[in-house]
Write a protein that binds this ligand. Structure first.
Ligand code: DGP
Length: 113
């Protein structure tokens, strides 16, 4: 997707503070952090949202969780705890339509609801 901001970050066309990269996944710090650790973990291949996932994407989405686990360890938040969030569509607050997982930690999270 040529006009997708996260595709541009994956390709290095716009600046980002990357914390992880492999052939399938890129992770970088959120530009507007909501917690001391706020990292976005994205598939390198464009998928609009969870709604656009196909069964073949399951290993890739599993990889997002594995990278989140590794980064939580590296950030020193694995023990205290962290939150993984995937907003899907506008009603949930999705603003960037390239599937991404938020890794949030470093502060006490409020209960949902
Ligand atoms: P969501 O609301 O779930 O679609 O989250 C999108 C997040 O992306 C939001 O927390 C802000 C972040 N974001 C938007 N544009 C950029 C950018 O250009 N660079 C970085 N690092 N983060 C961005």
């Amino acid at each position: 997707m040529s006009d997708c901001i996260f595709c541009k970050i994956v390709k290095g066309e716009i600046p980002s503070t990357n914390v992880y990269k492999d052939e399938q996944v890129t992770a970088f710090r959120d530009i507007n952090p909501a917690a001391p650790t706020h990292i976005l973990i994205v598939p390198n291949r464009h998928i609009d949202s969870v709604n656009m996932m196909i069964p073949e994407d399951e290993p890739l989405v599993g990889r997002l969780f594995s990278v989140a686990r590794q980064l939580a360890e590296k950030e020193g938040i694995a023990e205290d705890g962290y939150r993984l969030v995937v907003n899907t569509n506008a009603g949930a607050g999705q603003t960037v339509f390239h599937l991404h997982m938020h890794l949030l930690g470093g502060r006490q999270m409020r209960a949902l609801g």
